[in-house]
Design a protein around this ligand. Structure first.
Ligand code: HEC
Length: 95
């Protein structure tokens, strides 16, 4: 009982600061999907350039949707999560 009183604020603080780390999805699977479906028009230099366009997690999700619409690939929500997680962990590092 006492233990949970002590732990609660710690857990609450952690869940705020590690939001991006706890994104849903599987980054390793995201990388596989990316290498198969996402490199026909651009390579990863668009994520690394100085003036890259994406400034937030929401923007990243939206861009992935837009890019997906330009391709023949149809991704499900779970696969989109994997891609967002992969690109965020590897390049964007949004919190
Ligand atoms: C049909 C061609 C095409 C395919 C395939 C494609 N993209 Fe793109 N993508 C683009 C174009 C065009 C841009 C804009 C490039 C620019 O502004 O110079 C872009 C930009 C992006 C950006 C923004 C980069 C920035 O400026 O921060 C992300 C993220 C991205 N694509 C992700 C993906 C993902 C993930 C996939 C696979 C699902 C994918 N793209 C597949 C054409 C494509």
């Amino acid at each position: 009982m006492l233990k949970s009183f002590i732990l609660f604020p710690i857990v609450a603080a952690l869940s705020v600061s590690t939001q991006a780390a706890t994104l849903p999805g599987d980054a390793a699977n995201g990388k596989k999907l990316h290498d198969v479906s996402c490199t026909s028009c651009h390579n990863d230099s668009v994520y690394k350039r100085q003036d890259r366009k994406i400034k937030s997690l929401a923007g990243l999700t939206e861009q992935i949707n837009n890019c997906e619409h330009m391709t023949d690939v149809k991704l499900g929500k779970a696969q989109e999560n994997d891609l967002v997680k992969y690109l965020n962990e590897t390049y964007y590092k949004f919190k």
